[in-house]
Write a protein that binds this ligand. Structure first.
Ligand code: SAH
Length: 493
């Protein structure tokens, strides 16, 4: 293997893509990870960091551009940490994500290539892979001149790139950002400064309902009061309500962006400001949200709909960010759950009960478990909102609640179907042990990280569960992330 040192420049061909969407090339057996490079590029790479067998490099010079390269839509692409793949054609992004799921299930999950070829469904991609996000969390910081800067974090850092428009956000989120930014400048409201721990405004969180077009603005503060809150409310109302489908402002915005918007094709746009609240975060931490919510205007939630079911969403609750694809994801989960109406279902990591209520219509009883108490409050409320009486929710860690309830029942607690949808770190073994002990006929695993999915699938395989179906879903176009639904069946020996 070649010996590589920092600042060395080597010519390489990019052959593969890493977990964060970075290009991977080899120089005499030495592996280099190159941000922004795509498979097919031939480049001169400058080494930024050299380890023994691998290193990180940047593109020094493009020698031959990959045929799969496209011009990114966003001026901040390449600097902003939000997207990693804008420079790669969407078809290739999908192919890459499909391959990523396959590789993980093969290498970590222990499934054979032949098995995967027969059980894997093609990835569900988007027709219009831009402007899909219903939620933004803009970091706010102090600029050199003492004024606020806000936008997005650069990749792997807390440097804020000043950018309001975003190729993957529903444009109303940018409108809110600009309104708050201008207001803070006018009224000299201080941004929070990470280094000193001083100042006020830390983040601006916005959410918009896909069907309802209800808008929420949540200001994350190092403090409990936003000065001139009433004046800001008026400004935000004007800005939100003025940004309808017919507005000149929106038309101008969409023309500038030069591509379609998935939100335009649905019901006519009529936004309404439903909620302004404050989130108090006094900690010196990079965790965005604190625990306390103080209402400023309207309700402390917005409502949205997925597949005809209404959901109330609070600022602290998790809600899928790509509404167009969420329906497809849940429909896949429902298909793999294969319900006839007689089943008892457990939905673990249920958030505000989205999957639970989606399944409840076709099951006998659904139990949901979720760690964030406010999300469980939302879930209970959502059951009532939709007149669903066969769903019950418990607040707590899934790996604690399930084993405890199973123990209490003396091992008699049963499920016909168990659905899990954990965060990236996947499921605790204690949870998987209990799930398997309950002997459900089917387990549906919804995952946002194919590596931990594959690890857990392997473990469940040892407990008697066989993977029957796999379907990747592109919930996050332009980024390296991929969502996946897996249907598992109990082996009868
Ligand atoms: N199924 C939901 C939420 C999925 S996101 C939906 O589709 O909307 C994962 C959820 O798991 C989040 O709501 C998070 O708060 C929750 N969570 C994280 N760790 C948990 C744990 N140990 N036990 C239960 N829920 C957990």
């Amino acid at each position: 293997m070649a010996e590589i040192t920092k600042n060395q420049i080597v010519a390489i061909t990019i052959e593969d893509m890493g977990t964060d969407g970075e290009g991977i090339g080899r120089y005499e057996g030495y592996t280099l990870f190159v941000k922004g490079a795509v498979p097919g590029d031939v480049i001169r790479a400058k080494v930024l960091k050299a380890k023994k067998t691998y290193g990180y490099a940047k593109i020094e010079e493009m020698l031959v551009s990959s045929p799969d390269r496209v011009t990114p839509c966003c001026p901040a692409a390449g600097r902003c940490g939000g997207c990693q793949l804008q420079q790669l054609s969407y078809q290739k992004q999908l192919a890459y994500k499909e391959q990523k799921v396959k590789n993980c299930l093969q290498r970590i999950g222990g499934l054979s290539k032949q098995a995967l070829d027969s059980i894997m469904e093609p990835i569900l991609g988007m027709d219009e892979p831009y402007h899909y996000r219903n939620k933004a969390q803009y970091p706010v910081g102090m600029g050199r001149d003492g004024g606020p800067v806000m936008g997005f974090y650069a990749g792997h850092s807390h440097t804020i790139i000043e950018q309001a428009d975003c190729a993957i956000q529903e444009p109303i989120n940018s409108v809110i950002l600009k309104t708050v930014r201008d207001f803070m400048k006018e009224y000299q409201i201080p941004a929070y400064e990470e280094e000193s721990g001083r100042g006020l405004v830390r983040h601006i969180l916005t959410r918009v309902g896909y069907v309802t077009k209800e808008v929420m603005v949540c200001l994350v503060l190092h403090g409990r009061k936003f000065p001139y809150a009433e004046k800001l409310t008026e400004r935000l109302k004007q800005a939100v309500e003025g940004f309808s489908a017919e507005s000149a402002q929106r038309k101008e915005y969409m023309q500038k962006m030069e591509y379609g918007n998935v939100w335009e094709t649905e019901v006519p746009l009529k936004y309404s400001l439903k909620s302004i609240c404050l989130n108090v975060n006094m900690e010196r931490t990079n965790v965005i949200l604190g625990k306390e919510i103080l209402p400023v205007y309207g309700e402390p939630y917005i409502t949205d709909e997925i597949g005809g079911i209404k959901y109330q969403i609070s600022p602290l609750s998790f809600y899928q960010v790509n509404p167009k694809q969420t329906v497809r994801l849940y429909e896949k989960a429902l298909e793999y759950a294969d319900l006839s109406g007689n089943e008892v279902v457990w939905d673990l990591y249920c958030g505000i009960g989205t999957i639970s209520l989606f399944l409840a219509k076709q099951a006998k009883w659904v139990y949901g478990v979720e760690i964030v108490p406010q999300a469980i409050e939302d879930a209970k409320h959502n059951a009532v909102l939709n007149s669903i009486a066969n769903a019950e929710f418990f607040a707590g860690a899934a790996e604690t609640v399930m084993p405890e309830k199973y123990q209490e029942s003396g091992g008699t607690m049963h499920a016909d179907v168990i659905v899990v949808d954990p965060p990236r770190k996947g499921c605790e073994q204690s949870l998987l042990d209990t799930a398997a002990a309950m002997q459900p006929e089917r387990i549906v695993y919804v995952s946002c990280d194919p590596a931990t999915l594959a690890r857990d699938v392997k473990y469940l395989g040892e407990k008697g569960y066989e993977v029957k179906k796999v379907c990747p879903v592109d919930m996050f176009p332009m980024t390296g992330h991929v969502e996946c639904v897996v249907g598992m069946q109990r082996k009868h020996i």
